[in-house]
Design a protein around this ligand. Structure first.
Ligand code: ZN
Length: 137
């Protein structure tokens, strides 16, 4: 798996992700405990927090949905955060990895490697042999 080094924009993404969580943190009623920031091709950064409920939704889903609703279609880099996580960064769950495969398999995802260092990897490298929609001929 190819690993990419973080740049200054990536660091801003992490700060934005932690910032939206700090502004909306709720560990009792709605359980907003994860923030997310997404850099789009327009250069704009979108943020969101997870939403709880009978089905709930990860911060990555909320954030990507917000960007799509604003007509963004090119997704560059994404990160999810909790200030208690190593480097303030959490890995995307399996459901989010599948969503990345369907919407933006080449998006870069910021996460911690096994040694606790921040890296970026392509989403497609996080979910080998992913489910794919069957295309009719
Ligand atoms: Zn998730």
């Amino acid at each position: 798996m190819r690993k990419y080094k973080l740049n200054s924009v990536d660091r801003r993404l992490i700060e934005a992700s932690l910032g939206v969580l700090k502004a909306n943190f709720d560990d009792g009623v709605y359980n907003h405990t994860v923030g997310c920031a997404l850099l789009c091709g327009s250069g704009k950064i979108y943020t969101g927090v997870n939403c709880d409920g009978i089905h709930g939704s990860c911060a990555e889903y909320i954030t990507l949905g917000t960007a799509i609703s604003a007509c963004e279609r090119e997704f560059i880099c994404i990160v999810a955060s909790n200030e208690l996580a190593p480097n303030g960064v959490v890995s995307p769950c399996g459901n989010c990895r599948q969503m990345f495969m369907e919407y933006c398999p080449d998006i870069k995802v910021i996460l911690n490697d096994d040694e606790g260092r921040l890296i970026k990897v392509r989403a497609r490298d996080l979910l080998p042999y992913a489910w794919k929609r069957i295309e009719a001929d």
